[in-house]
Design a protein around this ligand. Structure first.
Ligand SMILES: NC(=O)C1=CN([C@@H]2O[C@H](COP(=O)(O)OP(=O)(O)OC[C@H]3O[C@@H](n4cnc5c(N)ncnc54)[C@H](OP(=O)(O)O)[C@@H]3O)[C@@H](O)[C@H]2O)C=CC1
Ligand SMILES: O=C1O[C@H](COP(=O)(O)O)[C@@H](O)[C@H](O)[C@H]1O
Length: 494
């Protein structure tokens, strides 16, 4: 089914639209997932003509794919409507444009409003869309909303109340772009379609689960936003907890949006709350100092543009999460994420418990644990680490070996970009890979006490990790005290 819709992008001249949204729409168009019954209207303040905007879109696509567009077929679907979203009058002209385009492209009154602009505008835009009649349509109306969805539970509730006055929960698509990643979507398939995993997927057989999402980039030009956010709000509240939920949820009754979300919410609600006086025991914060990444010297976080030179903001978080339910009681989920780390890598390592009796036991030799590694990015695939006889040695000497499947090594397969999948899902009305309000609320509830403690206590040791390292030593201690260690994130492909 090819969806028909007008997509209104608020913030169409911004970084997100340019780097992600236009290229993703182009890929959908090129693959034939969009028929000709679609139009995109860009909204931003700067005065561009329709032609200038189309050139801007063309440029963004050509930059993303490093190839020239052959003709104007794709960009001819784009329109531009310059106005300041805080001014009520301009919405009437936008309304007329949408009605006119609806006739031209036969989009049956279907409208997607994509808020790709600063969150302070989310409430204003949604209420104006209603008061000026843009949401009165005979087709569907949907709201796509970018992160951050609030900066704590109270602000998220306020924002949610504002948008729920205009859009029902079913019409709201809260973006978490990790949910659009191929291998994040693969987690449930790996778990629920393999007879060898599901029986072992519990506290009887799993020792711990580790999720690492490390970046080599610093804050780039987002210092103003990031210095008020930090890694806990920027990455943990959303992407990291979403991955925890997918790894820990019960098998849903059916693979429907509601059933999957229901199971994820149950996990987030079962996270053991961290009391203020327990934060130091379960969580570690870090901030990068100067260092070198892949041989290039980079400045400390406090030296980045638009960052307070005395900033207390964390650029790294490691945490130990416990899920208080029958399946996971006693199994630590370790998470870590940070900027300016040694590698760009997102990986999940499931460490299985040791065999009950080590027949190959020798005083100075230990048997390696079985590991299931889910490679999210940049490499995609899974590795299963098993043990076998060490070649050429007697049967008492074991050695680990890896069964390796590489998803993005297959010739001709070009994994769709997360935004491409999410835009297409939204156009088709599939909200499975978007976050429900209950998930957002439960995540903030978990994260809030940690950010409260960190906001109120100055980290005396910041900066406490060098750019280009794997974070502060305390993150290693977190696992060491439980008898574990972080598994390496580099994974040389054969
Ligand atoms: N960039 C990214 O990689 C990511 C961004 N996000 C989120 O996406 C959203 C957009 O981010 P990003 O694109 O980086 O932001 P930018 O600052 O690059 O872009 C903001 C956009 O909003 C427009 N704008 C600002 N004020 C007004 C106004 N009063 N009326 C109309 N338009 C206005 C700007 O255009 P003009 O100046 O012409 O008005 C511009 O198009 C944010 O919520 C961000 O958190 C989420 C994940 C990643
Ligand atoms: O949402 C965000 O994610 C990016 C990391 O995304 P990835 O797809 O490159 O792993 C992060 O850089 C950014 O700070 C954060 O807002």
């Amino acid at each position: 089914m090819n969806p028909k819709s007008i997509i209104v992008i608020f913030g169409a001249t911004g970084d997100l639209a340019k780097r992600k949204l236009f290229p993703s729409l182009y890929r959908l168009y090129e693959k034939g997932h969009l028929n000709d019954q679609f139009a995109v209207v860009g909204v931003a303040r700067r005065p561009l003509s329709a032609d200038e905007f189309r050139n801007y879109v063309r440029d963004s696509v050509e930059t993303a794919f490093q190839q020239k567009l052959a003709d104007e077929r794709f960009t001819s679907h784009f329109y531009y409507h310059p106005f300041d979203v805080t001014e009520a009058e301009s919405y009437q002209r936008l309304k007329s444009l949408l009605e006119q385009l609806d006739g031209t492209y036969k989009t049956e009154g279907n409208r997607i409003f994509y808020l790709a602009m600063a969150p302070e505008f989310f409430g204003t835009v949604t209420s104006r869309l209603q008061s000026e009649g843009l949401t009165e349509t005979h087709g569907f109306k949907r709201l796509v909303i970018e992160k951050p969805f609030g900066h704590d539970l109270a602000s998220a509730e306020k924002l949610n109340d504002e948008i729920r006055r205009v859009f029902s929960e079913r019409e709201i698509y809260r973006i978490d772009h990790y949910l659009g990643k191929e291998m994040v979507q693969n987690i449930e398939v790996i778990r629920f379609s393999n007879a060898i995993f599901e029986p072992l997927w519990n506290n009887r057989f799993i020792a711990n689960i580790q999720i690492t999402s490390s970046e080599t980039l610093g804050v780039e030009d987002r210092g103003r936003y990031y210095d008020h956010s930090g890694a806990l709000r920027d990455m943990v509240q959303n992407h990291m907890l979403q991955m925890v939920a997918l790894l820990a949820m019960e098998p849903p009754i059916k693979l429907t949006t509601d059933d999957i979300r229901h199971e994820k919410v149950k996990v987030l609600r079962a996270l053991r709350p961290i009391a203020h006086d327990e934060v130091d025991r379960y969580f570690v914060r870090g901030q990068y100092g100067r260092g070198a990444i892949h041989g290039k010297h980079v400045p400390a976080y406090r030296e980045e543009p638009n960052v307070d030179p005395d900033s207390n903001t964390e650029t790294f978080v490691a945490g130990k999460l416990l899920i208080d339910n029958f399946r996971w009681a006693g199994v630590p989920f370790y998470i870590r994420t940070g900027k300016r780390m040694a590698e760009k890598s997102t990986k999940i390592v499931v460490q299985f418990k040791d065999v009950p009796m080590n027949l190959y036991y020798r005083t100075n030799e230990t048997i390696a644990p079985n590991l299931l590694v889910i490679h999210i990015q940049p490499d995609e695939g899974i590795t299963l680490q098993l043990n076998g006889k060490k070649t050429g040695e007697s049967t008492t000497i074991t050695a680990p070996f890896q069964l390796d499947y590489c998803n993005n090594c297959i010739d001709g397969i070009n994994t769709p970009e997360a935004y491409e999948k999410l835009l297409y899902d939204c156009m088709r009305g599939d909200a499975t890979n978007f976050t429900h309000w209950d998930e957002v609320a439960a995540s903030w509830q978990f994260v809030d006490p940690i950010s409260e403690v960190w906001a109120n206590t100055k980290a005396s040791d910041f900066p406490n990790y060098a750019a280009g390292s794997m974070g502060p030593a305390a993150a290693d201690e977190l696992l060491k005290q439980d008898g574990f260690h972080w598994w390496p994130i580099e994974h040389p492909r054969p």
